[in-house]
Design a protein around this ligand. Sequence first.
Ligand code: FE2
Length: 306
Amino acid sequence: MPKPYIAVNEVRLVNGPESFRRFEIIGPKMCMATANHGGFVGFQNHFPIGVFPMGGRYGGAKLDMRESLNPLPVRQYTFWKDWRDHDQMHVDNFDTIFRLCSGCLDLMIDGPWEPIYEIVSHDLPENIGLTDVPAKLGAAFMAGQAVPSVALPYGQRVVATSDHTIIPGREQDFETAIEQLMQAFKEAPGFLGYMVLRQMGVSAIGSLQLKPAALHQALQTTGDYPPRIKEGNFATPEGKATPAQYVVHMEWADMNTAVMGISRVVINTRFRALHDPVLDTLLKGPYIQLWSPQMEDTSWRQYLHA
Ligand SMILES: [Fe+2]
């Protein structure tokens, strides 16, 4: 089975109870509209926890900024058999999505912006509940397979995303070095797994980056009258970032294991030697944000592993 593409819809919202209330009302409706398309294989939405202060380089950042971070970035992953399925879903459900989106515009500071990523490499366990542990782990053991990590769903683990921009021509060096580092992280307590994501474009329609006439129509309504022109201003591959952009998506059991594990790249000589070849390819980064995955349909991992 080909690896799924990931559309990452990014918005920045006012940090307040109304944003969370609206997210709970509109989020499920958006998920249901998205599931109208057969190419949709799952989703994983993230609320921010904080920012890795990188030994003080980002000294104003704190690991837990849930109260203070404002605006509040929200990253919503949707997984697709093909990136074209994602764009087609936006065309097919344009009016519904526009109306739902408009229900949050008064809380939005920035966005939506929806880059599309290819999964370069991955090693993520499937999510299980604590009550599934004996059956799942026992079955793997009995089958002579490696016993997987216990990755809990729905807000019970921590995601760390690390943004990297690569010096042109060094992309393969980056991919090789980051893969070696991720394999080494398997030794670190609480490391659940990872995906290395390479940006391959931007969905114009998912970003509401519409043709000029459609943009005017969108601005002249509060949401009840969606634009008649339902067309993005560019084709998804035209949004491919140059220099290349990658996101390293890591999952950890909790905050402490994430922080102490990732810190190995500066406080442990062996991990440092593995990570320095990554740093050597960087034009910008790394910038590490910590997230709590919420409102997820974890079955996309079965598609990933099929
Ligand atoms: Fe989208």
